[in-house]
Design a protein around this ligand. Structure first.
Ligand code: HEM
Length: 553
């Protein structure tokens, strides 16, 4: 709760006390409290919408979407659509300013949005000046601890320096066989479901399958634990993850309201203490995941110590134990703080699993929607697998391609880049300046001003991508390695600057591996012709109720 709200309550309480002092009864004083509170709220909304916004605010001269209602502003489309979506419609209608920013009005609040690539770079290149808002950070700290996504300033700088080498090319090369094996398990599972249906094809709800598959990849590559959630959807870790990151498909209306609305209204410190079912579920899920991470930290420490003791004097004798998975590498880096290690694990599990699952689900949807693209992709994959003498990529005894062989498929890259461009798993991010920041002669952003930076809107900007920015064209990535974008920042799916996604190469590799194995053995078609999934409200681009018809190739 901010200072304004606290003083509002204070004034209302003082007014109620005054009425009591004048001899009012208890019910009258309580009524006076609420009447005063409501009057202040109405005054606040009217003052900010009609006076502050236009005559006083430091951003008063910034352009804004046309035909915006005075009091509600752009709140209705903003709440009705997923984060970032209306920005795609608004941005071409907004005149360019020297600063490159514009603003939208969410009820009484102004949000500032970078419109040009230069403006986006200004924000992203100064991550310790434009930080995540306190409420967002507090929420992340409550759920994940102080890991890379929630750390700020020197703490973030140190953590990023520690973790960046662990996510390097050689790690991905090492982890590729585990990704390949899990892609095989997912493919076999889908083949079984088709065969069990007794027909040539079956309709599958995709997101739960892709969630299980990417969780298994993250489990085995990060912790060295095989959750096996593709084959055992009822196993406790998957259930725990579903409680921590619930999907609309298995939530009632109250839980959906809770997930989408309450976090915007209540401070995270208070929210996570409320005696509500979704909160209890969340905590019980986090408990299960934490216990498992703690067990693994202890195990890795022991393995590395034993390997070092066994090979004392011999160089590289313990390399295998230290390089086995991401957690082993973190333990071997010399980090001692167990809480921080735990935060890294929770952060990687959280940041790496759902984002990749969402992207894979959209990729399969696009293949189903665009049979020509699917045929072309399958032809490229078949040629490559033939060349490598891989007859059955989902067989546990299949030879495994190298990283270079996976990266040797240009159409696969082009298709995946277009999916990542059009469907960034995190459509918008929030930031706020830690102090007043002069952007240009005509704009100083005041401390605490809410800023919204949207990968979804940047990736679909016509100025950056051309008139077909809003269309799915794989060819743009075949014609030019950067997709024909006007600037390096135009592809914004993984963010940019010092807070760029640490797992981007890991994610791209695992997505390519999944696509190679799946597309080589299965055909994807629309379950209902012309149907497009809606996006679940919230901070990610989760496709809701995505069903795809699947058959064997
Ligand atoms: C398609 C998949 C992915 C997408 C679209 C994605 C996107 C992003 C974005 C937009 C951010 C910036 C968030 C912000 O600053 O508010 C981010 C940060 C991060 N991502 Fe990813 N991510 C993906 C996969 C992964 C994977 C697989 C991992 C780990 C294995 C991972 C780990 C992280 C971490 C640790 C951060 C925080 C980086 C920092 O603040 O310095 N991500 N990701």
């Amino acid at each position: 709760m901010d200072l304004g709200a606290i003083s509002g309550f204070g004034f209302a309480a003082a007014f109620a006390a005054y009425t009591k002092h004048l001899g009012a009864s208890n019910p009258t004083s309580v009524a006076a409290f609420f009447v005063f509170l409501t009057a202040q709220a109405i005054f606040y909304v009217v003052f900010t919408s009609l006076v502050y916004r236009w005559f006083i605010s430091a951003t008063k001269h910034l352009p804004h979407p046309k035909n915006t209602p005075f009091v509600l502003g752009n709140l209705v489309p903003f709440l009705a659509e997923p984060w970032g979506f209306p920005l795609v419609r608004w941005q071409p209608t907004i005149p360019t300013t020297a600063s490159g920013f514009y603003r939208i009005f969410l009820g009484p609040f102004d949000f500032v949005i970078p419109r040009t690539s230069q403006a986006v770079t200004t924000i992203m290149s100064q991550p310790y000046t434009f930080v995540k808002p306190k409420a967002v950070r507090d929420g992340l700290v409550e759920s994940l601890g102080v890991g890379l996504v929630s750390a700020e300033g020197d703490d973030h700088r140190r953590q990023k320096k520690l973790l960046t080498p662990i996510f390097g090319l050689s790690r991905n090369r090492r982890l590729l066989p585990q990704m390949w094996a899990k892609a095989g398990v997912l493919t076999e599972k889908m083949c079984e479901l088709v065969l069990e249906s007794g027909s040539k094809s079956t309709i599958l709800l995709m997101h739960p399958l892709t969630m299980a598959a990417t969780l298994d990849v993250i489990g085995v590559t990060t912790l060295g634990v095989d959750f096996d959630s593709i084959r055992r959807p009822d196993q406790p870790i998957l259930k725990a993850f579903q409680r921590v990151f619930p999907s609309n498909e298995n939530q009632n209306a109250w839980a959906r309201f809770f997930g989408a609305t309450l976090p915007a209204l209540v401070s995270p410190h208070l929210l996570f203490k409320l005696p509500l079912k979704p909160i209890r579920e969340f905590h019980s899920g986090v408990r299960v995941i934490r216990e498992m991470c703690l067990e693994q930290i202890t195990l890795k420490r022991r393995e590395i110590e034993e390997a070092e003791a066994a090979g004392r004097g011999e160089e590289n004798s313990s390399v295998e134990a230290k390089e086995k998975d991401i957690l082993s590498a973190i333990v071997a880096s010399g980090l001692q703080d167990e809480d921080e290690m735990m935060s890294h694990m929770l952060t990687i599990l959280a940041a790496g699993h759902e984002s990749t699952a969402i992207t894979l689900a959209w990729a399969l949807f696009k293949l189903a929607q665009l049979p020509d693209v699917q045929d072309k992709l399958r032809a490229e994959i078949s040629d490559t697998l033939d060349r490598l003498h891989i007859a059955d990529p989902s067989s546990p005894s299949s030879p495994i391609p190298t990283l270079e062989e996976i990266n040797s498929m240009p159409y696969l890259r082009a298709f995946l880049m277009e999916v990542l461009r059009m469907y960034p798993a995190f459509p918008s991010m929030m930031r706020e300046p830690t102090h007043d920041v002069k952007i240009s002669d005509d704009l100083t952003l005041p401390r605490g001003k809410p800023l919204m930076v949207s990968p979804y809107a940047v990736n679909r900007s016509r100025e950056l991508w051309g008139d077909d920015a809003d269309e799915f064209h794989v060819e743009r990535w075949e014609a030019a390695y950067n997709g024909g974008a006007k600037t390096a920042q135009a592809f914004f799916t993984f963010s940019s600057g010092p807070r760029i996604c640490i797992g981007k190469d890991f994610a791209v590799l695992s997505l390519k591996v999944f696509l190679v194995v799946l597309v080589s053995k299965l055909r994807f078609e629309e379950a209902v012709k012309g149907w497009h999934p809606t996006v679940q409200k919230g901070t990610s681009l989760k496709p809701q109720g995505l069903k795809i018809k699947v058959s064997l190739v």
